[in-house]
Design a protein around this ligand. Structure first.
Ligand SMILES: [Zn+2]
Ligand SMILES: [Zn+2]
Length: 332
């Protein structure tokens, strides 16, 4: 039970920690922040200024949620992946905004960092062809500038203007934070799951300790009872005192298997039910603990008919009889 139980506890804790980590992840991912884009440009032919504002963007997960105003310049190539990407702009331009298309096998972080390296204050990344005006929340660890995603149509409109040489200015403003309720929910969820996991773990340990304690107590009681029975059985064993001239004390004298000393006249022996005999002072402490013959393992409780209900050892008949004891018993 011991090692198995601790392995169970270990795997339980592992599952618990994974659960908690994933619920924290959930809490982070559920936080969305939209971006208003104020777009203005002047048609070179008509000289008419167009201005509109729309909540069309979504801040990236790792972006500062901040406002940025600036002229828009296109990445060339439009995917803006490579370090040698060109942003054609006046030399003195500051606080400008990079317009980049999603895709081409590099990460959002790559695109945003290349733009930042070129001096952009923000990066607007428009979605893939075919995504229409849908946006996703970008994940772009390791970046520092504002990063916003807009839909493909909106992005292509801006690209066409810029390709025609129309100056475009954009103000990015922080929109609504979708998900405060989501965040609260997540915090609630994390707290609840933490509570449940902690309670379950503590509960399991209490249950486990209680079981162990009960087991120990039962074992203790059993040991005490067995000792009492052994004492009773020892009282029934035959006792002999060796005399001068007894076979066991002669030149081919036997040794006590417990203390390995030769028997001599005056020694007091206990004869077990299997007919093995030992010094009484040697065998009694052993029998109190083990209740079996040290030579043949026969159970003296069973052999003497002392009833112990939970005891299931083999009954021993005097099968392995020492030569000397056969002689002695015949002589008796
Ligand atoms: Zn002995
Ligand atoms: Zn024996």
């Amino acid at each position: 039970m011991g090692p198995l139980a601790s392995r169970d506890v270990f795997s339980w804790l592992l599952v618990a920690s994974v659960l908690q980590v994933s619920s924290v992840r959930l809490a982070q991912a559920s936080y969305l922040c939209t971006a208003y884009l104020n777009i203005s440009y002047t048609h070179p032919e008509t000289n008419r200024t167009t201005w509109y504002q729309e909540e069309m963007g979504l801040y990236g997960q790792d972006s500062p949620k901040a406002s940025v105003v600036g002229n828009v310049y296109l990445a060339d190539p439009i995917y803006g992946c490579e370090e040698d990407t060109v942003y054609s702009r006046p030399n003195d331009s500051r606080g400008w905004i990079a317009l980049i298309q999603r895709g081409s096998g590099c990460t959002f972080s790559d695109k945003i960092n290349v733009a930042a390296m070129n001096g952009a204050a923000a990066a607007i990344i428009f979605n893939d062809f075919g995504a229409e005006n849908r946006v996703i929340q970008m994940s772009h660890p390791g970046t520092s500038i504002v990063a916003v995603m807009i839909g493909n149509y909106r992005g292509m409109e801006l690209v066409q203007l810029r390709v025609k040489g129309v100056p475009v200015s954009i103000a990015i403003e922080v929109g609504k934070q979708h998900g405060p309720w989501m965040s609260h929910y997540s915090v609630f969820f994390v707290s609840i799951s933490f509570f449940i996991v902690t309670a379950a773990t503590v509960g399991y340990f209490i249950f486990y300790s209680a079981r162990r304690l009960t087991g120990l107590r039962q074992q203790n009681r059993k040991q005490k009872k067995l000792k009492a029975e052994a004492k009773k059985a020892i009282g029934q064993l035959q006792v002999r005192t060796l005399r001068q001239g007894d076979q066991e004390t002669g030149p081919d004298a036997d040794t006590c298997a417990v203390c390995i000393e030769l028997y001599k006249a005056g020694d007091v022996l206990s004869v077990l039910t299997c007919n093995h005999f030992f010094h009484r002072s040697c065998i009694e402490p052993w029998l109190l603990e083990h209740r079996t013959c040290p030579m043949c393992k026969c159970d003296i409780l069973k052999a003497l008919g002392v009833e112990v209900s939970f005891h299931t050892r083999t009954v021993c008949r005097p099968r392995h009889i020492q030569k000397t004891s056969i002689r002695r018993y015949k002589a008796l």
